[in-house]
Unconditional design. Structure first.
Length: 135
């Protein structure tokens, strides 16, 4: 039984959402490196993130479901499609980690000088088309 990685995630919540979607379609799937990525986020870079894997015989069906799931536009609390304020595109990254701003730059400098982990990151939405970051 060969397992193929269908998608890689940065956090376990998103991974479990897609895993639940695939399992609701009767496709068995497995999460790899979830515990190490959740407990030690820096190790997530070393392990390659949380990997969602499916059996080879289910790969084509799972890939279609995954692409449909990931291509859905983001919606806000009013059930309206989120759009980029600059170009009005709905092609967005959600949960993008940004260093922009004075706090991010100062945090990076202090982290490197003191050799510590805590880096100030803003979690924002980012347009895939024009690169604009917004809350």
């Amino acid at each position: 039984m060969e397992l193929i990685t269908i998608y890689t995630f940065e956090n376990s919540v998103e991974a479990h959402l897609l895993k639940s979607k695939l399992e609701s379609e009767d496709i068995p799937c497995f999460l790899f490196d979830e515990n190490i990525s959740t407990v030690m986020p820096l190790y997530s870079l070393a392990t390659g993130g949380i990997k969602l894997k499916v059996r080879q015989e289910h790969f084509e069906i799972a890939e279609g479901i995954t692409q449909a799931y990931l291509s859905q536009p983001l919606i806000d609390e009013n059930e309206e499609i989120l759009k980029c304020p600059r170009c009005k595109s709905s092609n967005l990254y959600y949960g993008f980690k940004s260093f922009k701003g004075l706090a991010g730059i100062v945090s990076i400098a202090i982290s490197f000088l003191m050799m510590i982990y805590p880096v100030h990151l803003n979690t924002v939405k980012r347009c895939k088309d024009c690169g604009t970051e917004f809350k």
